[in-house]
Design a protein around this ligand. Structure first.
Ligand code: IPM
Ligand code: MG
Length: 366
């Protein structure tokens, strides 16, 4: 099969981790007889430095013409980087929001699971972490507060800022359908998270989700208020299968869920439109403090490449091979610095490696 992939190395550790994901994809291509064609585009700070804007129309066109997009990370240190002296619509993040909108990537899948091999990294009490957890956060990605009208005005000498939260029923329905479809392939439970005790947008969300649920009689639906959900994620994370929620709540809850796994360097993500097209990226950021040091964990990006094979190309066997290779390398005791155990006696049982070695080890298992 010919796979036409646009790559966005991006900023910070992005280029280093994307290079390792490509290496693993190449190993898969050799083993299973595929042909990977990569075209790089610039986005975020790298694009600002080259073109003065975080995303160009040409870059969008290149991404649109591909079968899928593999991204590293964008952005820099918000207090020291000159990118953050620019107006908000010219900062690195605007590139990411721009590509999400331009490619209509409304469904963001963020798996958060506890790896058996890394259970020690989970910051929760042992009686909670011992039973493990494996959830999928389905975050709506092109609506809500992120894309509503916003402005800052001065009224009678007083500054006032306005952001608007808008959802129409179609935007809710299409993400809900994706959420229930994914739940059907998992443990058949959807927790729809909203703030229906306060917000109209949440009351509409609930109504539409309930309508969609009627088409999925095998799936159990529950509603949960977002503040309660934030609490439940640390109290009893294993209760969750699919968490279905709007853009802003999903942004916050997915960071919380990834922290609870203790290994954000391991978590992949996919952003999909209503075709097979998707953008795949690690759940973590650009980690400018460790960029260029060769110590970043490439696993989240490598697992994002596996998600790409699964969701955009239906190559389940190949995706399984990558996931199994990652598990084996962890089982054999190889760790990047971010997933090294804290305790001295546990550290003695594993071996620390850098970004490139981790990529090589995973390729070796393909
Ligand atoms: C994320 C990030 C982005 C978001 C930022 C960089 C705009 O936090 O992907 O979760 O808020 O969506
Ligand atoms: Mg975020």
């Amino acid at each position: 099969m010919e796979l036409n992939i646009t790559c966005i190395p991006g900023d910070g550790i992005g280029p280093e981790i994307v290079a390792e994901a490509k290496k693993v994809l190449d190993a898969v291509a050799v083993k299973y007889g595929h042909n990977m064609k990569y075209t790089d585009i610039l986005m975020g700070g790298a694009s600002i430095d080259a073109y003065g804007v975080p995303l160009t129309d040409e870059a969008i066109e290149t991404a649109k013409s591909a079968d899928a997009v593999l991204m590293g990370s964008i952005g820099g240190d918000t207090t020291t980087s000159p990118w953050y002296k620019l107006p908000p619509n010219l900062r690195p993040e605007a590139g990411l929001l721009g590509i999400r909108k331009a490619l209509n990537l409304f469904a963001n899948l963020r798996p958060a699971l506890l790896y058996e091999e890394l259970a020690g990294a989970c910051p929760l009490k042992e009686e909670i972490s011992a039973s493990g957890f494996d959830m999928m956060i389905m975050r709506e990605l092109t609506g809500g507060l992120y894309f509503g009208e916003r402005k800052t005005v001065e009224e009678n000498g007083v500054l006032k800022a306005i952001d608007t939260l808008t959802y129409d029923e179609n935007e809710i329905r299409r993400i809900a359908i994706k959420g229930f479809d994914i739940a059907m392939k998992r443990r058949k439970k959807v927790t729809s998270v909203d703030k229906a005790n306060v917000l109209d947008s949440s009351r509409l969300w609930r109504k539409i989700v309930e309508e969609v649920a009627k088409d999925y009689p095998e799936v159990t639906l529950e509603h949960m208020l977002v503040d309660n959900c934030a609490m439940q994620l640390v109290k009893d994370p294993k209760q969750f299968d699919v968490i279905l929620t709007e853009n802003m709540f999903g942004d916050i809850l997915s960071d919380e869920a990834s922290m609870v796994t203790g290994s954000i360097g391991m978590l992949a993500s996919a952003s999909l439109n209503d075709t097979k097209f998707g953008l795949y990226e690690p759940s973590h950021g650009s980690a400018p403090d460790i960029a260029g040091k060769g110590i970043a964990n490439p696993i989240a990006t490598i697992l994002s490449a596996a998600m790409m094979l699964r969701y955009s190309f239906d190559l389940d066997r190949e995706a399984d091979a990558i996931e199994a290779a990652v598990k084996k390398v962890l089982k054999d005791g190889w760790r990047t610095v971010d997933i090294m155990p804290q305790e001295e006696d546990e550290r003695a049982k594993v071996k620390q490696v850098g970004t490139v070695q981790m990529g090589d080890l995973i390729c070796g298992q393909i």
